[in-house]
Design a protein around this ligand. Structure first.
Ligand SMILES: [Zn+2]
Length: 87
């Protein structure tokens, strides 16, 4: 995914359709990463898990005020899930 298709300072995104029960996750293209190979893969994995956690929370109410708090919670959950998966 081209950086211009992403919000500033983000590495991925997700769009879901609750009625159709579908979702599409986008991640930054490998061509636009400035990290070594393994670090890039780890970062992409984190981004995908992060977006999947957002998907689990899709039915929660969302506002500008809650967005920052949700991002923090989603990051912490993604970190915890990945550390459990890698034990
Ligand atoms: Zn997020």
């Amino acid at each position: 995914m081209d950086p211009s298709a992403l919000e500033p300072k983000t590495l991925g995104n997700i769009h879901w359709d609750t009625d159709a029960r579908t979702a599409t996750i986008g991640v930054l293209s490998t061509q636009n990463y400035q990290l070594p190979y393994q670090a890039m893969l780890d970062d992409m994995e984190f981004t995908i898990v992060h977006e999947l956690v957002h998907l689990h929370l899709a039915s929660l109410p969302r506002s500008d005020a809650s967005r920052r708090v949700e991002e923090h919670a989603v990051n912490e959950l993604a970190k915890a899930l990945l550390s459990l998966a890698k034990r």
